[in-house]
Design a binder for this molecule. Structure first.
Ligand code: NDP
Length: 289
């Protein structure tokens, strides 16, 4: 079998084209564009590069991007104050905290200073809890939101299917597991202490992998005819690699997200969708005042 590829480039282009139209409509009606602000601390190259990429993503759909960059020695109190200033700024609709942060900054504590209504990354515990309990409004983190959109677009059957999510991070694994549970999959959430991981993976109708280990999942870990979502983004000497050995997995799976061109571009599209939604919600709130 050679798996059919779930094309994240094509789907994200279509979603972003619609978002661009919706953003233009929003700006035409309200007189301002949606605004995404990013807080960055220190001069780490990765977070600076991430900020540039987000800015480019925003410009591609007409969203305004603003960056607050604090110096490397900034304190927790200064970072929290910067976040609260963005919370209070009614011209800002979405806020992201860019990682990595310097060691003196406690990310989990910092997140608590973020207004949940502007938390377009879905990292605030209130959004995570609302997602878990399916009590809107909440923001779904962009990467699992994109993974689910790819599966939906491919017409994958969720109801009663066994979904295995390998990786339990708050930003990818746990929310993806919940999104599949809410679509009536029977979900197994696997991690580094899971015993006989290959056998657990082989039991999956839908196998999703977000571990950060290049090409860990091999073809013989996959049930013939399964659907495989590879969230892995690993920069190796041999180029960008997923968490799945794409060549051998493609021989066994029926559907597979390629790397690159699968879940990565979908993350960009879903983030922009969250920013537009945050701006719309803020506008409704202001009209009600
Ligand atoms: P984290 O490091 O936060 O989490 C990794 C998870 O993988 C942990 O739950 C860990 O288990 C588990 N894990 C690690 N090693 C193994 C192993 N040998 N066997 C089984 N489980 C293991 O990573 P993220 O969730 O942030 O990211 C995961 C991957 O997804 C990375 O490649 C990242 O680059 C990519 N990513 C891609 C995005 C996209 O847009 N496509 C966006 C965000 C991330 P434990 O909890 O037990 O430690």
């Amino acid at each position: 079998m050679t798996a059919k590829l779930m094309d994240g480039n094509a789907l994200s282009r279509a979603i972003k084209a619609q978002i661009k139209t919706d953003v233009a409509d929003f700006a035409g009606q309200r007189g301002y564009a949606p605004v995404l602000a990013a807080l960055r601390v220190g001069d780490d190259d990765a977070s600076a590069g991430y900020a540039r990429a987000i800015g480019k993503n925003c410009r591609s759909v007409g969203v305004e991007f603003r960056e607050t960059a604090l110096p490397d020695g900034a304190t927790q109190a200064e970072a929290e104050a910067a976040l609260r200033a963005l919370d209070a700024d009614t011209s800002v609709h979405g806020i992201m905290i860019l990682e990595p942060l310097p060691p003196q900054i406690d990310h989990d504590a910092l997140v608590l200073s973020l207004d949940p209504a502007k938390d377009v990354d879905g990292v605030h515990p209130l959004n995570a809890g609302r997602l878990q309990q399916q009590r809107p409004p909440f923001f779904v983190p962009a990467t699992p939101a994109g993974g689910i959109r790819l599966l939906e677009e491919a017409g994958v059957n969720f109801r009663g299917s066994h979904a295995v999510m390998v990786g339990r991070s708050d930003i990818v694994g746990k929310p993806m597991a919940l999104l599949m549970l809410h679509r009536h999959c029977t979900v197994t959430l696997a991690h580094s202490r899971t015993q006989d991981l290959p056998a657990v993976c082989r039991s999956a109708d839908i196998l999703c992998v977000a571990v950060g280990r290049a090409e860990m999942v091999k073809g013989d870990w996959v049930k013939p005819g399964a659907t495989v979502v590879d969230f892995g983004t690993n920069y190796t000497g041999d180029g960008l690699k997923g968490d799945c050995d794409q060549a051998s997995v493609a021989q066994v799976a029926a559907l597979l997200t390629p790397v690159p061109g699968g879940t990565g571009p979908m993350t960009n599209a879903m983030l922009m969708s969250n920013v537009l939604e945050a701006a719309k919600q803020a506008a409704i709130g202001q009209s009600r005042q």
